[in-house]
Design a protein around this ligand. Structure first.
Ligand code: CUA
Length: 188
């Protein structure tokens, strides 16, 4: 039985089709929101740090990002801070030593283009932007060596821009720090 176009049957068909699409679209939105919640909680993703600026023109010659001050430092109160710089196409330092199971604060900036890094499969993950200091605090729970690739496209050498992070047992790390040994795993 054919009903005339625009008749009650074709209206019912179009309402059913619209309802199906509504369900599909709501399901997609719900899936995306769920993905945000799961990845946010699972990876403990961190909100962007507060805005802190640094002068790109003088970053190499004075202030906390001079070359001799880069790498891992243990303050007198025991706080561990890693300072690093990203530039086309390397990180300074190239290899970073951190303790396991202790909070480690990263402070980094870039000198030429936007760079970024992620450390292994941890939640240590930030962009490094010229003129701004990126900072976050995290802890590493497994010892060993982790790769630290640049994850912002920064030019033709981007895919060759890698650093390494060496996670030492906390007591070994602190013994090295107390002995005044250089807390870096790369010769300068
Ligand atoms: Cu630096 Cu990509």
């Amino acid at each position: 039985m054919e009903s005339p176009a625009g008749g009650p049957e074709s209206e019912a068909v179009s309402i059913a089709a619209e309802r199906r699409w509504t369900i599909v679209v709501v399901a997609i939105v719900a899936l995306l929101v769920l993905m945000m919640i799961v990845t946010g909680l699972h990876w403990a993703s961190m909100p962007p740090s507060r805005v802190e600026t640094v002068d790109v023109k003088t970053v190499h010659v004075r202030g906390e990002f001079v070359e001799s001050n880069l790498g891992t430092a243990v303050a007198s109160d025991g706080k561990v801070t890693v300072r690093l710089i990203a530039q086309q196409y390397s990180f300074v330092p190239q290899c970073i030593v951190v303790p396991a199971d202790l909070p480690v604060t990263f402070r980094g900036t870039a000198t030429d283009a936007i760079h970024g890094f992620i450390v292994g499969r941890t939640n240590a993950n930030t962009m490094l932007i010229p003129g701004f200091v990126s900072t976050f605090t995290t802890s590493f729970h497994a010892t060993g060596e982790l790769l630290m690739p640049c994850h912002e496209y920064c030019g033709t050498g981007h895919e060759a821009m890698w650093g390494r992070v060496q996670v030492l047992p906390a007591d070994e790390f602190l013994a090295k720090a107390r002995a005044g040994e250089r807390l870096s795993c790369v010769p300068r």
